[in-house]
Design a protein around this ligand. Sequence first.
Ligand code: ADP
Ligand code: MG
Length: 325
Amino acid sequence: MGEFGLIERLSRIIGSPSKSVVLGIGDDAAVVQSPNSKAQIPNKFQISKSKFKTKEKLLLITTDTLVENVHFKLHGIPRELKALGEKALAVNISDIAAMGGLPTFAVVTIGAPQNYSVKALEHLYQGMLSLCKEYNIQIVGGDTVASPRALLISLTLLGEVEKECLLTRSGAKVGDAIAVTGSFGGNAAAKFDFRRYKIKPCLKAARALAKTGWVTSLIDSSDGLVRSVLEICKASKVGARIWQAEVPRSPRANLTQALYGGEEYELVFTVPGKKVDQLKSEAGKLTGCHIQIIGEVVPRSMGLRLVNRQGKRIIPRQAGYEHFR
Ligand code: ADP
Ligand code: MG
């Protein structure tokens, strides 16, 4: 059973969520009614109609954990620890961005073996704090525990999104174009060498895309490009064609790394075919980053296929990185 199979089993035990949960297990972050939303307040406690009328916001919650020797290897260089701190937060920011939202508050859990110095952990925090500053996030708590051998960093990040800006994996329609930001395979090619890591979640781009109102589905590419498209397909009940030659590749990355490598924070999204020209011409202005169309959404019965220039099928090797394989 892979990681995804395990999550499916666990989510069956958890059961279906209550009405205040907009989106439970299965997207980049959970979406719940925000505490000040009327939906959660029983009628008799609600303040009269329009008195406090604001744009309805939803609360986003995501969590991600990094474990030494599973997700990273360290040689004890301070700069590496700083980059590790950045990465731990970046993966979470990327998940909030992938919902169209803005990150707000974080709690951080550290499991540290005894051989880690206070200084080392401070470097780790400096990494997190530099991203906190850049993305306007506050660390408001956490937990510190001993760990027998491996360093562990677990982060829970909250965020918020206007109801109209919420983007999920599930809105892709047949005829939509599949688009991506940036390029792929670079971090996989870097093989946990943090000096070559690109750690920059596409928050601005995601917000800009959410505000256009054109985007039908959005996901981040942390588990690999093909896996991301597959997740959109599963959630949206559609199929996809990926034009292999159109996939933007990072320097030094080979095709397999670009398609399946993961470990990166680009955006994968769909837009209606008729919006493609507008998106392309305004993309730079909107998002400040390069946008490339890499395929199209097709009926579910056609499955997910990688095709070459002639439209011939290429047999995919594997769909992204899975922890429990
Ligand atoms: P991502 O790669 O975007 O961080 P994951 O693949 O880790 O997402 O998780 C996919 C979905 O499964 C998410 O909605 C996540 O919250 C949920 N999930 C993962 N692990 C568990 C778990 N142990 N219990 C409940 N839900 C989980
Ligand atoms: Mg994600």
